[in-house]
Design a protein around this ligand. Sequence first.
Ligand code: HSE
Length: 434
Amino acid sequence: MKEVKVGICGLGTVGVGTFNVLARNAELIAGRAGCRIRVLRAASRRLRPGVELGDVPFSDDVFSIARDPDIDVVVELIGGYDVARELVLTAIENGKHVVTANKALIAVHGNEIFEAAAEKGVIVAFEAAVAGGIPVVKAVREGMSANRIDWIAGIINGTGNYILTEMRAGRDFKDVLREAQALGYAEADPTFDIEGIDAAHKLTILASAAFGVPLQFDRAYTEGISGITPFDIAHAEALGYRIKHLGITRRRDQGIELRVHPTLVPASHLIAQVDGVLNAVLVDGDAVGQTMYHGPGAGAEATASSVIADLVDVARAVMSGTHKSVPYLGFEPDAVDNLPVLPVDEIFSAYYLRIQVQDHPGVLAKVATILSDSGINIESIMQKEFEEQNGTIPIIMLTHTVQERQIDRAIAELEALPDIVGKVVRIRTEHFNH
Ligand code: HSE
């Protein structure tokens, strides 16, 4: 049987998972690919104790794989921006196809990498970069190619979702983060998970595949989950909502929204039930309507599942001798739309507001007047007398959808009132219906 020769660069969680699944399911995968996918070599900065590579030679020099004339496909699983970029560009320069799970690399350097790959006529595949084991890149880029996609919203960071899920059960933020790290879900720098950077990498890629716009990670808006308190989780629940860390991208006439932030979602919506390390991505297309893709967003073999699916695609192309793949981001170069990313104050959203006020007559009327003068419609309001402490009490409100600029102005006016204590807490709210 013919074979396609692969070099695996990076033997961390995903590298080892890929190696193991390729070995375990070799026959099955060969049956699908039409050839054997053979790991010819593996390289990593160091070999973790306990990692067994059988008779596959190991090297601590990943660049030697990118230059090896016997290798057809370089699998980049080292992560990070700089070395990974150099490695992938070297592999392309040497005429190799590339499979990567590196969302940071694609989101930040993808435009450059795809240009280089197009010149060389090689494939760069990155299914594992978005939502781990869920084949959502394929779904958006190929499965939905008939549609005008209007928006995508998703839980696309497993670590963050795991933390928020456990916090609902009353556990401490730091304890849960340590556990997520031990389970191999978190990034090398876990602030990427907590502050929404990892999710923004993935969302940037999805937005480009959905709307045909260039990758614009540097313009994504990110807000993390470290400020979410058990108090807000409980009050959101009382109003019929859960707090999730969502990535949302939406096409508007003037540009696209590209944002990651904590978000109240209706507790009755399917996405509210997505707990733990699981991810879910909602995609709205004009022909198909709303679709949702759900599954493990991180983890060794779940991510390996996507890496190997890409390897099968590459192997088929190599076997057929065409090397012609689906366009990297789903659109031919002359169809790319240069829509910019909108500044965050131009997005439209509903809001949860928590306003700590002096507990005396007329304060609620003043708050309501500011909101109404700002054109903000209140959807619901909650105040509980037993939450009064030292003469102050929280008012919780949900607003209808407005432009963020309007809510920012109203909050500045509210915070200037002598009856308001401290800062107004504001969390965006999403109903998935516009
Ligand atoms: N740190 C990422 C997550 C890994 O928690 O989702 C998968 O990209």
